[in-house]
Design a protein around this ligand. Structure first.
Ligand SMILES: [Zn+2]
Length: 289
């Protein structure tokens, strides 16, 4: 919901019942007292939100994690990336962004460093699937007919799909249309080529590496600490997983891919790819073209 969309919509309704002078005075009063229009559901009233979904407006649900991201990125990195990208996509589409789900599937040693790092706080896949299912069902019950679930934590992917499938299969005569997306597949080949050491990027191990560090440097620069020399190397992957997970922290700092080539400029190029690509996909899938 953009500011111009909100003002435009309400102005046209007022025009139908008021004369020009009274309209002008009321409109000026309205503009002077109107709070800043927001894409954040948390900052809307129920009436503003209801107006949005009644008009077929899109609701974006970011899903992230609370997980270590090395010494240079915060624990909420995945949630912050999903939320900020969702807000930019929402601005492009005239959508709104629901409160993010800030806990994700448990950190795994080969894709997120594992649970032994202080602060990595995960939930089971079954819990995540039911959480996504409940929230999507509740959004639909509240009038949302077009929903995007934007995932920022690689390991969440299948559990989000499970939750969304349950939500659209169960209890709906007319289920909402739901897009499930990760940001990574929208990063285009030209931008990937700029990640010099990551031309054949392995997204499953792109954890606190050049991609996430660049994105956060562009989206929340105040939260990015200096990238150390140790962050220029990454541990070799194991081609298997062993359980139970180790209870002691591994020798590395928490990065699974090098972050040395990260930059805000690269992050900005990634943002443009993701926002353009996801907004285009939404217009196609929601029949807005
Ligand atoms: Zn991450």
């Amino acid at each position: 919901m953009r500011a111009d969309a909100v003002v435009g919509g309400r102005t046209s309704r007022v025009l139908t019942v008021l004369g020009p002078l009274e309209l002008k005075a009321r409109f000026i009063r309205y503009i002077m007292t109107m709070p800043q229009a927001s894409v954040r559901v948390t900052e809307l009233t129920w009436g503003e939100y209801g107006e949005h979904v009644d008009a077929g407006g899109i609701v974006i649900l970011p899903v992230g994690s609370t997980e270590q991201h090395g010494h240079h990125l915060p624990l909420a990195t995945d949630t912050l990336i999903a939320t900020r990208l969702a807000e930019l996509v929402a601005t492009d589409l005239g959508a709104v962004v629901a409160p993010a789900l800030g806990y994700g599937f448990r950190s795994q040693p080969e894709t997120g460093g594992g649970e032994a790092f202080p602060g990595s706080t995960g939930i089971s896949g079954a819990t995540l699937a039911m959480l996504v299912c409940d929230v999507v069902m509740s959004l639909a019950a509240g009038g949302a007919t077009r929903i995007i679930v934007l995932n920022g934590h690689y390991e969440n992917a299948s559990f989000i799909v499970d939750g969304v499938e349950r939500a659209v299969d169960v209890g709906h005569r007319t289920p909402p249309r739901v897009l499930v997306a990760r940001w990574a597949p929208f990063v285009g080949p030209q931008t990937l080529a700029r990640m010099s050491s990551n031309r054949n990027i392995d997204w499953s191990r792109e954890h606190a590496g050049v991609a996430e560090t660049s994105l956060l440097a562009a989206l929340c620069p105040e939260l990015v600490r200096p990238v150390t020399e140790r962050a220029r190397v990454a541990p070799a992957p194991k081609p298997y997983q062993a359980f139970p997970q180790p209870s002691t922290r591994p020798a590395h700092d928490g990065l699974l891919a090098p972050a040395g080539d990260a930059s805000a400029e690269l992050g900005q190029a990634m943002i443009e790819d993701v926002v353009t690509g996801l907004a285009r996909a939404a217009r196609v899938e929601f029949g807005m073209e």
